[in-house]
Write a protein that binds this ligand. Structure first.
Ligand SMILES: [Fe+2]
Length: 234
């Protein structure tokens, strides 16, 4: 299989696609009834669907496809470009640090997104920094909060993904303990993470609907967190 992109369901796909396109300075086009934002190597497809307004919930209270993370090789420059462009970030100029991931951690910021999915721009600290011409340099990973990390890893392994080391991070800002594993395969990286002490039944994040792959034959699979995986015959 080869990663094609993602599908996001919106009541007004034109508006949501235009909003993402504007925020990150990426091209947007219409494709039939869908609207597509093109990222180098993949696409973000917005499809009309009957979902209610995006649920406002704290992290740890929902599972399924959650955020799109875009790569930066110079995050300070990306932040500067975002602010010059008028792209609001949840923490202003402040850069957050996720330790341990990829061995040396990752710096990240979150552009504000009101459409029921999250946005992140991140810089891996195990890779060399480099100048960038744009705000971002392609897709870095897809974030998936999960019910059970081992179960999710096993499910994605049978699709051909390989899991990195599971790391445990404590986040001071909300006192959360988060187990996380990066899964690599099929042309995409998945960031799967499980909140410890989740003592309630989480709901499935609806607007961020599907991961999409080109494969041998058409198939629609449902993952262990309610996420959809679409395989389209190449
Ligand atoms: Fe992430």
């Amino acid at each position: 299989m080869k990663f094609i992109g993602v599908r996001i369901i919106q009541n007004d796909p034109a508006k949501a696609a235009a909003r993402l396109s504007q925020k990150l300075n990426l091209a947007c086009r219409q494709d039939g009834a869908d609207y597509v934002v093109d990222v180098p190597g993949c696409e973000i497809r917005f499809t009309k669907g009957g979902i209610g307004p995006a649920q406002e919930a704290q992290e740890g209270y929902y599972v399924g496809l959650q955020h799109l993370a875009f790569n930066s090789t110079d995050l300070a420059a990306s932040v500067r470009k975002c602010l010059e462009h008028g792209t609001e970030l949840t923490n202003g100029e402040a850069i957050s640090y996720n330790p341990k991931i990829w061995g040396t951690g990752m710096n990240y910021v979150n552009p504000v997104c009101p459409d029921g999915y999250g946005l992140e721009i991140c810089q891996r600290l195990d890779l060399p920094a480099a100048e960038m011409s744009g705000m971002t340099a392609g897709m870095e990973h897809i974030g998936i909060p999960v019910r059970n990390l081992e179960e999710s890893i096993a499910w994605y392994e049978q699709l051909g993904f390989k899991a990195g080391t599971i790391v445990l991070n404590h986040r001071d800002s909300d006192n959360a303990d988060i187990h996380c594993a990066m899964l690599e395969g099929d042309g995409v990286i998945l960031e799967t993470y499980e909140f410890e002490h989740m003592d309630h039944e989480p709901f499935v994040n609806q607007p961020f609907h599907a991961l999409r792959f080109a494969g041998e034959k058409n198939a629609v699979l449902t993952g262990p967190n309610g996420e959809t995986v679409e395989v389209i015959a190449a």
